[in-house]
Design a binder for this molecule. Structure first.
Ligand SMILES: [Zn+2]
Ligand SMILES: [Zn+2]
Length: 109
């Protein structure tokens, strides 16, 4: 059993600005150590917390990560109010869609 290695926002802290980057401030962020299935980098709770974080730069960083976001979270980000984030997540989703389509084709052949 692996453990989540993600930074997790400390939700009850409202004294700092929202744009403190993960890892740069120990009042805004804490290290998660929830158990996750082998091969998974981040637990679902952290994924959700980052995808719904009030700071656009945090959501953008998540959208830009390669191969760590679940499809659910990418779909959430693809509907983001920030068009850059929505675009980035949408591009990742279509990449996932293409690799899925290729697998289907291999099954047919
Ligand atoms: Zn802070
Ligand atoms: Zn976690």
């Amino acid at each position: 059993m692996a453990r989540c290695r993600s930074w997790r926002p400390v939700l009850d802290d409202h004294t700092h600005p929202i744009d403190h980057a993960p890892g740069s401030c120990r009042a805004c962020w804490t290290v998660c150590s929830a158990k996750v299935p082998r091969g998974q980098v981040r637990c679902t709770a952290c994924e959700r917390a980052l995808a719904t974080h009030p700071s656009a730069s945090v959501r953008m960083a998540l959208a830009r990560e390669e191969g760590t976001c679940s499809r659910d979270v990418l779909e959430l980000l693809a509907g983001d109010l920030d068009s850059m984030i929505a675009h980035t997540a949408g591009a990742r989703l279509s990449m996932l869609g293409r690799s899925g389509a290729r697998n289907d084709l291999e099954e047919v052949l």
